[in-house]
Design a protein around this ligand. Structure first.
Ligand code: B12
Length: 218
């Protein structure tokens, strides 16, 4: 398949998310996979579409119902891609990563992508879900002897909750035993540093690379 045709398909995927065309998206994903496009590239195109949806929401062109709908469409698409992402699975590691979305934040699409890619890379993952209070992170680290904590934050208002998780890990004498990685649209490298995290990743792919590097050092 020629490069422009591949790019065209990915542009169409992005457009389907932006225009909330769920049925069409599912067909397109099938066509992309049939044409040998890597699942990760399809997922990136879908994520780009979500960024656009966010912009439309900010511009009051879209409202909450569209945000909800876009999330549902994304999740359906993601389900189709999951087996392909997991197929690239490497050998298992004993490294456990505890992952959750910060308290009072219900966004989980980015977190779930990070989890899928972690699992595809052989990590064991404990998914705490969304709206996770700090004590749940601490409990899960203790129970699973986790070496890495991944926290997702999409809302500027609740992202500072990351500091509470890190403080609680310190209080329980666990901070020296775990690495903390954060991600999500509400954060930047600077904010992550200020909040006390060890690393920030703009994308789930980058996040997994950082975890792999840590795993070698642990
Ligand atoms: C879909 C969506 C929703 C859906 C979420 C569905 C779901 N199940 O997740 C629903 C409808 C529930 C929702 C609700 C709200 N939302 Co909303 N939402 C979005 C939207 C459009 C897309 C988010 C998304 O899934 N993107 C796609 C994924 C793939 O991207 P991502 O999450 O950034 O993840 C990538 C990386 O960041 C990274 N990553 C993410 N987490 C992690 C974690 C780790 C450890 C690592 C390594 C990497 C990593 O990996 C991913 C892939 O590379 C964004 C727009 C945007 N630009 O983000 C707004 C957005 C986040 N929402 C926003 C708002 C305001 C809200 C509401 C307050 C709206 C309201 N009035 O009620 C509520 C809040 C509810 C709550 N308490 O959480 C604002 C936040 C503004 C701000 N700066 O605080 C945004 C930015 C929209 C906007 N431009 O105004 N939302």
């Amino acid at each position: 398949m020629s490069i422009p045709a591949k790019d065209q398909l990915l542009k169409e995927v992005e457009r389907c998310i932006v225009l909330l065309k769920g049925g069409e998206l599912e067909e397109l994903i099938g066509a992309c996979l049939k044409n040998g496009l890597p699942a990760l590239e399809i997922l990136s195109a879908m994520a780009k579409g979500m960024e656009e949806v966010g912009k439309k929401y900010e511009a009051q062109e879209y409202f909450l119902s569209e945000l909800i709908f876009s999330g549902e469409i994304f999740k359906k698409g993601m389900k189709l891609l999951e087996p392909y992402l997991k197929c690239e699975s490497k050998e298992e590691t004993s490294c456990v990563v505890v992952v959750g979305t910060v308290m009072n934040d219900l966004h989980d699409i980015g977190k779930n992508i990070f989890i899928t890619l972690l699992m595809a890379a052989g990590f064991k993952v404990v998914d705490l879900g969304v709206d996770v209070p700090p004590e749940k992170f601490v409990e899960a680290v203790k129970e699973n002897n986790a070496k890495i904590v991944g926290i997702s934050a999409l809302l500027t208002s609740t992202a500072p909750g990351i500091r509470d998780i890190i403080k609680m890990l310190e209080k329980e004498d666990l901070r020296g035993k775990v690495k903390v990685i954060v991600g999500g649209a509400a954060l930047t490298h600077e904010m992550a540093k200020e909040l006390g995290a060890d690393a920030y990743a703009e994308t789930a792919v980058r996040g997994v690379d950082i975890c792999k590097k840590w795993m070698m050092e642990i």
